[in-house]
Design a protein around this ligand. Structure first.
Ligand SMILES: [Fe+2]
Length: 252
């Protein structure tokens, strides 16, 4: 029970100078106001965290949509980049916003329910961002220096590495990716395949160096159902300099 000073008599008065000059009800009202202000401030800071979070954006290509022809058509590149990748970016931003809200509320059930969307759209954004830089109109040929030495050491030759990666990539059931990755544990290169948009590092621990997208949106308009022809052609536009740079970064 809240008692005002009128309820106290003689020695019952609280030994508080503040209470002796300001009615207790006024003090209680002031404390309530402080609590409200604190709660408002907490809500505001949560909203600011959500609002100030950096949004993901679609990265620009460093070459024209038609620059990889005849190996990958301009129509495929345009749809693939401006529609498919853009959709992963948009859905990742929406998912992250919902996740931040759930985090702020301490809503673990919603956080768990959002994990598949985070993996799918986050993986889609990560994978495609790497993919565009793995390709170049001036690509093809052979890698140089340390990358070539590592390929020879771990696969025997460039040709054997390409054969092994092509086979693993073509064999992906449904939609997915073939990868050349770096195993930081033993310093070696490895071939791997991932289903759907599962990101290589997040699901296997391998650091991605070179990815081949074998979702049908990556080749169907040009190669129809003949995935092996698409995988064979893509070696003509592989940007080995980018793969080499990724290896150097991965080894640090
Ligand atoms: Fe794709």
């Amino acid at each position: 029970m809240v008692r005002s000073p009128a309820h106290f008599k003689g020695s019952q008065l609280p030994a508080c100078l503040l209470c002796s000059v300001i009615p207790l009800t006024t003090i209680m009202n002031m404390l309530c106001r402080v609590g409200q202000i604190r709660r408002c401030a907490a809500s505001l800071s949560q909203a600011q965290v959500v609002a100030s979070r950096q949004k993901h954006t679609l990265p620009d290509l460093t070459y024209d949509y038609g620059a990889l022809e005849p190996h990958i058509s301009a129509e495929i590149m345009q749809l693939h980049h401006s529609k498919h990748h853009a959709t992963y970016v948009n859905n990742l931003n929406v998912t992250e916003e919902k996740y931040q809200e759930a985090l702020a509320k301490g809503d673990v059930t919603t956080q768990v329910a959002l994990q598949p969307a985070l993996k799918f759209n986050g993986g889609g954004h990560i994978n495609h961002t790497i993919f565009w830089t793995n390709l170049s109109p001036n690509g093809g040929g052979e890698p140089q220096g340390e990358l070539m030495e590592a390929i020879k050491r771990d696969f025997g030759s460039l040709q054997k590495m390409k054969e092994k990666m092509s086979a693993a990539t073509i064999a992906v059931q449904g939609s997915g990716w073939g990868w050349l990755g770096y195993d930081k544990e033993n310093g070696r290169l490895r071939i791997a395949a991932c289903a759907n948009q599962d990101p290589l590092q997040g699901t296997t621990g391998l650091i991605p160096l070179l990815g081949i997208d074998v979702w049908e949106h990556a080749y169907y308009l040009q190669y129809k159902n003949v995935r092996p022809d698409y995988v064979k052609a893509i070696w003509n536009v592989i940007n080995w300099e980018n793969v080499s740079e990724r290896l150097q970064t991965a080894k640090k």
